[in-house]
Ligand binder design. Structure first.
Ligand SMILES: *Cc1c(COP(=O)(O)O)cnc(C)c1O
Length: 221
């Protein structure tokens, strides 16, 4: 496995030449505790997990001051074991999930609404045209603060297609932000992974979620 620190420093520099307001989330779902510790020693302060089990294991082992991001689909019945262990949820995509969070959270959770910009059937997330109404309908949920929008790029190597999706998320995020809703500052855009984080940075990402290209993968995570 490649040492994380030089990779992280190079990535940070590359992103900074594009724009300065981007946080790197190291997606550690495919690596173990030791590799996650190495990421923290390298200076990484945001960690992303996509399964309740993986989150619990790392939360139990790691006591450093880092921000914990849950980036995967969250089943309603798993909310109670996850929601009070995280700082950010990137996958709020339905009212039943919002209701369960409201019931189970003992702090206000910073949430991204996941939007299916590319409209691929296999992807979760709200349709773009449902997003404003969904966010508006959360105004009485005092356990939920909508900090931004999140999307997954389509499964393609065509740069222009990916770029259009990121542009679409940014435009929608700014539309929500412009509403000035108290419960939904919506200043953030969570988009970009190992293969497309530079495009995402160009299109206004404020959080990129990077696994393979940053921490790699281990067979036994
Ligand atoms: C796994 C995952 C990532 C990171 O993917 P890489 O291609 O390994 O960088 C980012 N976002 C989500 C939602 C993921 O599930």
């Amino acid at each position: 496995m490649k040492p994380i620190k030089p990779v992280f420093e190079q990535m940070t520099n590359d992103i900074k030449t594009i724009q300065k307001n981007v946080q790197i989330i190291a997606v550690t779902k495919q690596v173990g505790i030791e590799r996650t510790r190495e990421a923290i020693r390298a200076g990484i302060r945001h960690l992303g997990e996509n399964r309740p089990e993986g989150l619990a294991a790392k939360r139990a082992a790691i006591t450093d001051e880092v921000s914990w991001h849950f980036i995967g689909t969250l089943q309603t019945r798993k909310v109670k074991e996850v929601i009070n262990q995280i700082d950010f949820l990137h996958s709020l995509d339905r009212m039943s999930l919002a209701k369960e969070i409201q019931k189970r959270a003992n702090h206000q959770v910073d949430c991204f609404v996941q939007v299916n910009i590319s409209q691929e059937e296999s992807k979760s997330g709200l349709a773009p045209e449902e997003t404003l109404q969904f966010i508006k309908s959360l105004e009485d949920f005092d356990k939920i603060r909508i900090v931004g929008l999140m999307t997954m790029a389509p499964n393609t190597t065509d740069e222009n297609t990916i770029r259009q999706v990121f542009k679409g998320l940014k435009a929608l995020q700014m539309e929500v932000e412009a509403k000035n809703w108290q419960h939904a500052p919506c200043t953030e855009c969570s988009m970009g992974m190992s293969n497309d984080y530079l495009i995402a940075a160009q299109e206004g990402a404020t959080f990129v979620r990077i696994g393979t290209a940053l921490v790699g993968t281990e067979s036994e995570a």
